[in-house]
Every structure is written in structure tokens, then in C-alpha cells.
Design a protein around this ligand. Structure first.
Ligand SMILES: O=c1ccn([C@@H]2O[C@H](COP(=O)(O)OP(=O)(O)O[C@H]3OC[C@@H](O)[C@H](O)[C@H]3O)[C@@H](O)[C@H]2O)c(=O)[nH]1
Ligand SMILES: [Mg+2]
Length: 614
């Protein structure tokens, strides 16, 4: 819409004023918003009319997008940014008035009767759940060039994270539908939040692989928009260093998932379909689904509106701490305090040592693994009030203590785990703590940074992420009665890790401990140098002694017994340096690759009963 052009405002920016002739009334309006909000620097390098006119219009296309995709538009974004940057410069404590204490929550120990009961309940509830994967992040700390969900979760089978997640959801769906009282078949919805950095590659990965067995109608991609980067404390928008007609943008954070879900209309649809839970999870935790059934069982039992999954946390580890915050006015909430804020908060509130371990060797605050289980009804009600808006923050990396310049541009962010901040005190907000070995092994750090992690703290690298799968599977089988040999220590990409037998299985083989126990019997043993990949559903391990490599696949209608002594030269592990660019990136970031010397590989494609014995 045309508006009266305030000639004064433009006359102070001649480079823009001389170009007004090519702009539409809407674009002139946007230009005005920019100037009124301190953004005249954006036009400083603009040449005269007739030069680069197409790029100038592109610039305004981008401004229009940035303006319309943020509630309240760019003016609101810049205003909030100025406030938050000023607070940050002053070192203002965002938790002013609150004092932290250690909250109490549900503790689950793998394999106990309670754990098994929670898993059973979780499977019953699974068909009432929708799963939401937030996968719009750049993975800056990992520095991998592809999308993180395409990385192999482990390289024994090469199954990528996304495939594993989908197969886990499908396995839960099937198990849950089977025991449903009304015998109806429900497809569990699976939502993936993407961004411009990940969207097309995520879609391509799904399409090239037939959605890994899921119905395409079951999967929804929601793309988050990025926000403008900021160059200084005055919230001047940052220009792309390579293109003076483009604003640099970065993701706004995983908190966008709430407003996207709200505006997608999916929540209503799910409620109408009788769903009860929404489970949120992150891109590269290969152990996550070990924890999902039991934690969903906890949500159902305790009727939690919000259930955050947690693990014991090492002080200064880059995971948020679940904290009880009590305000001087009496209010209190149980909330994640992000890892960069926990230490200052503690120091400011009577804990002079800040973020340190207690006598247990861990931080007293449970570590947030950012898997949230929300009860759908109260969640939808809350979003109806907030529109899905989440409290934002800014985290600039300053050049020096004057806090006047940034090392690189910053932006406003929001986090999905801040959702409970707006909830009324009556909301049932809880958390569930599980063993780290069982539940959390993300792939976030590049090899160089991982090697610098303080001793005793987790590496969170591709190396540790894969080794954690083998350790968890080995420990689970040990608890099911298999003698899995103890691990050896090895240094890979500068990180000392425990190398256990390379044991993997498909989710449909065993989702919960009671299923796994049914698949294992007699006297079984697996040597440390062994590799075992179970890809079929009805594969039973009975009196098996494995010393080498064994790969078994089978159709559901085949019942396969693995037993006797199976011995061969197996697969050896060869060290690979992460700097060796002759090796594919997804391998070299692990620091090893398999040399497949010899294996027993069996594939059963016909119905019937079979046994594999050497
Ligand atoms: O804009 C974004 C940013 C991130 N993400 C996704 O959000 C997930 C988490 O991102 P990061 O790995 O960068 O998260 P961080 O490691 O910084 O911290 C996160 O995980 C560990 C927890 O303890 C922290 O509390 C949590 O914030 C990823 O799956 C990522 O793809 C988005 O979808 N959009
Ligand atoms: Mg991050």
C-alpha cells in the first residue's frame, strides 16, 4: 500500500533515496521500517539507480520474508534484540530473583521390575503418541557437511539416524497396535522440523529410501524460517560478507517447533484422532529409543503434562541442567537451565563454586537430553494462549571484555525446552532420569574439539556416539544373560573410548527389555573382537558362542535360531585419521573403519524354521 513518503527520513540516506524510484510502495514502507529501526547502514554501499537494480529488489524480497515470518515483524525483532543485547552487555542474570535448587523426579534403573513395567505401559501408550524430530540445526560444532540425520548411527550396518528413528517408531507402532484393546490400527504421526539448511536434503533422503518403510502420509515436514543476524549491540542487521544485497541469517533455534506445530493445525487433528502425547527429540542420539518406552510409561503413570528426559550430568558438560527455580515471590518452576547459564546462575545465588560435581562425581542437577514428552490436551490449550511463542535469548560471543564487538554476528534464539516457562503453577511438570549408557550419546562435536574435552566428560563425537551403541547393546545383552566379553580401551581420533563387541539389532528385533529377554536363552557368549548384526525379527539366540562376525537377516515368517560355536576371522578395526581426506567424511570423523576380513552372513527369505550353527 502506498504511503506518504517521509522525505526527511530518506534524505539522510542518499544511497537509498536515489534508488526509491525502483521500489514499490510496499518496499518503500519496508525501507522506512528499516530506517526507523536504525538500519541505514544496510544501504551505505548501494550504487546509484541503474546499477544492480535486480539485486536491490532481491534485497527487499528477503526483507519482506524476514518481516512476515516473525511475529510483530522486523521492528519487533530489532526491539527485542536491542533489549536482550543490552541485558547481555550488563551481564544481567535472566534468572534474577530466582534461586536454584535440585529438583526431585523419577529415577529409572534399566532392567528393574519398575523399569520393565514402565516399558510395558509405554508400549501400550505408543499408539497414542506423535513423534516430533527437530532437525533444522546447522550442526556447527560437528562441522559435518551433510545433514546430521543422514549420518550412520553405527557403521557395522551403516544404518543412518533417520532410518533408525523411523524403524523404531514403526516397531513401537506395531507392538502397540497389537495389544490395543479395540484392535484398531493406528499410524503414529512423525513430524520433522527442517530449515533451509536441511529441508531439501531431508526430503531427498526420505524419498530415495521410500521413507524407510513409513507411509509418506504419516510423515510431515515443517520448515522453520531463519532470522536476521545482528552485528552489534545496536542490533544492526548483518550483511552477508559476500553479498551486500543479502542479510545474513541463522536458525532461530529449536523453540520454533512449537509455533510451527501450532500453525500447522496438526494438534487439533491429533486430538480428534484420540492421540494423547507428543514426543520431541533431537537429531543424533542413537540411544534415544532405548529410553522412550519407559519414559512414556512414566508420563502415563504420573500424568505428567511435561516430562523431560534426563541423565546424570558432569559439571560443565554441554547439556542443560534440570533445575528447580524458586522466586522471591514464592513462584517456582522446574526448568532446563542451559549449560552456558548454569554456572553464572549458581555463582550469583549462593553457590560460589558454580557448576561443579558433588560427592557422586556428577553435577547435582540432572542433565537435560532434550527429549520432551508433552500431554497433547494441555499442550494444545497452552499454545492457544501463546500462539507457540517461546521466550527468546541472545548469546553473543564478544571480542573482548568491553563487550562492544562480536567475534561473529549473533541472532535471537529460542529453545523448545523453554516451553514450560509460561505454564501455570498447577501444571504437572516432571522429569525422568535414566542411565547415560542407556539413553544418551549425541554426535555433536568434531574430532578436534572432542579430543580436548576434559577427562571424564563425554566426548559427544561421532566416535563416542558409535561406541555407545555397542556398549549399550552389549550391556543389555549382558543383563539378558549373555556373556559379552569386557571391552578394550582404544584411542581413536585422540579420544580414549571403550570398544565393546560390535553388536547391533533392528528395532523390530527388540524394542523393550522383556522382548529381548525372550530372544535370548541358554549359555551364550560373545567375544570382544566379535561383530553381530541381527536384522530379522524372529531371530533367537540360544547357546551361541560367537568369536568372529555374524550377520543375520530374515523375513518375519522365518524363525531363525543362532547357536553353537561360530568362529571366523571377523571384522577388524583400522584407525583412520580425521584429517585424511581420502576417506569419506562420515567415516573419518569416527577415527576408524572396519576391515571386513571374514563373516558368516545368512539371509532367510523363505518362511519356516531354520538354525544357524557352524
Ligand atoms: O534452529 C534450530 C537449532 C537446532 N535445531 C535442532 O535442535 C537440536 C539440538 O541442537 P544442538 O545440537 O545445537 O543443541 P545443543 O547441543 O546446543 O543443546 C541441546 O541439546 C543438549 C541439551 O542438554 C540442551 O539443553 C539442548 O538445548 C538438533 O536436533 C538440531 O537440529 C533445530 O531444529 N533448529
Ligand atoms: Mg547448538
Amino acid at each position: 500500500m502506498a504511503s506518504t513518503v517521509d522525505s526527511n527520513i530518506f534524505s539522510s540516506v542518499p544511497a537509498l533515496q536515489s534508488n526509491l524510484g525502483i521500489l514499490s510502495p510496499d518496499q518503500i514502507e519496508l525501507a522506512k521500517i528499516l530506517l526507523e529501526n536504525g538500519q541505514s547502514h544496510l544501504f551505505q554501499q548501494w550504487p546509484q539507480l541503474g546499477v544492480d537494480d535486480k539485486q536491490k529488489l532481491d534485497f527487499f524480497d528477503q526483507i519482506a520474508r524476514l518481516n512476515s515470518s516473525y511475529p510483530g515483524g522486523l521492528a519487533a525483532y530489532i526491539k527485542t534484540a536491542k533489549e536482550l543485547l543490552a541485558d547481555s552487555k550488563l551481564g544481567k542474570n535472566p534468572y534474577d530473583g530466582f534461586s536454584p535448587s535440585v529438583p526431585s523426579g523419577e529415577n529409572l534403573t534399566f532392567g528393574t521390575d519398575n523399569f520393565i513395567e514402565m516399558e510395558r505401559k509405554g508400549v501400550v501408550e505408543a499408539r497414542n503418541a506423535a513423534f516430533v524430530l527437530v532437525a533444522g540445526g546447522l550442526g556447527e560444532r560437528l562441522g559435518y557437511n551433510g545433514i546430521k540425520v543422514a549420518l550412520p548411527r553405527e557403521t557395522t550396518t551403516g544404518t543412518c539416524f533417520l532410518q533408525h528413528y523411523i524403524e523404531s517408531i514403526l516397531a513401537l507402532q506395531e507392538a502397540s497396535n497389537k495389544i490395543a484393546s479395540d484392535e484398531s490400527q493406528r499410524d503414529i504421526p512423525f513430524i520433522i522440523m527442517t530449515s533451509d539448511d536441511t529441508h531439501s536434503r531431508t526430503l531427498e533422503l526420505l524419498e530415495l529410501n521410500s521413507y524407510f518403510g513409513m507411509k509418506p502420509t504419516q510423515v510431515h515436514l515443517l520448515k522453520q524460517e531463519k532470522v536476521a543476524c545482528l552485528d552489534d549491540n545496536d542490533a544492526r542487521l548483518a550483511l552477508d560478507p559476500h553479498n551486500k544485497y543479502s542479510i545474513q541469517t541463522k536458525p532461530h533455534g529449536h523453540g520454533d517447533v512449537h509455533s510451527l506445530l501450532y500453525s500447522s493445525g496438526l494438534l487439533h487433528k491429533w486430538l480428534d484422532a484420540g492421540l494423547k502425547w507428543v514426543l520431541f527429540f533431537q537429531d543424533t542420539n542413537g540411544l534415544l529409543f532405548n529410553a522412550i518406552p519407559a519414559s512414556l510409561g512414566v508420563s502415563a503413570t504420573k500424568q505428567y503434562h511435561v516430562n523431560s528426559l534426563a541423565v546424570p550430568r558432569k559439571a560443565k558438560e554441554a547439556i542443560g541442567g534440570i533445575t528447580k527455580l524458586t522466586h522471591v515471590d514464592g513462584r517456582s518452576m522446574v526448568i532446563n537451565v542451559e549449560y552456558n547459564q548454569l554456572d553464572p546462575l549458581l555463582r550469583a545465588s549462593g553457590f560460589p563454586d558454580g557448576d561443579v560435581n558433588c560427592e557422586t562425581g556428577f553435577s547435582p542437577f540432572p542433565g537435560n537430553i532434550n527429549q520432551l514428552i508433552l500431554e497433547l490436551g494441555p499442550y494444545k490449550d497452552e499454545l492457544q494462549k501463546t500462539g507457540g511463542a517461546i521466550k527468546e535469548f541472545v548469546n553473543p560471543k564478544y571480542k573482548d571484555s568491553t563487550k562492544t564487538a562480536f567475534k561473529s554476528s549473533t541472532r535471537l534464539e529460542c529453545m523448545m525446552q523453554d516451553y514450560p516457562k509460561t505454564l501455570p503453577p498447577t501444571a504437572r511438570v516432571g522429569f525422568t532420569v535414566m542411565d547415560i549408557w542407556l539413553a544418551y550419546a549425541p554426535v555433536k562435536n568434531n574430532p578436534e574439539d572432542a579430543a580436548k574435552v576434559p577427562k571424564g566428560n563425554p566426548y559427544h563425537s561421532a566416535t563416542s556416539g558409535e561406541m555407545a551403541i555397542y556398549r549399550a547393546n552389549s550391556l543389555i545383552l549382558q543383563k539378558a544373560g549373555v556373556k559379552v566379553e569386557e571391552p578394550v580401551k582404544q584411542v581413536l581420533n585422540g579420544q580414549e573410548v571403550e570398544v565393546w563387541s560390535r553388536i547391533t539389532w533392528k528395532p523390530k528385533w527388540g524394542m523393550i527389555f522383556s522382548d529381548i529377554k525372550k530372544k535370548v536363552s541358554g549359555n551364550c557368549e560373545v567375544s570382544q573382537r566379535s561383530t553381530m548384526a541381527i536384522k530379522g525379527r524372529n531371530v533367537f539366540i540360544e547357546d551361541l558362542s560367537l568369536d568372529g562376525a555374524l550377520i543375520v537377516d530374515s523375513i518375519d515368517e522365518a524363525e531363525v535360531k543362532l547357536g553353537g560355536l561360530i568362529k571366523n576371522n571377523g571384522w577388524t578395526m583400522e584407525s583412520v585419521d580425521y584429517k585424511d581426506t581420502s576417506v569419506p567424511e562420515e567415516i573419518r570423523i569416527r577415527g576408524f573403519r572396519f576391515n571386513k576380513v571374514e563373516q558368516l552372513e545368512k539371509n532367510f527369505t523363505q518362511p519356516g524354521k531354520f538354525s544357524v550353527e557352524d
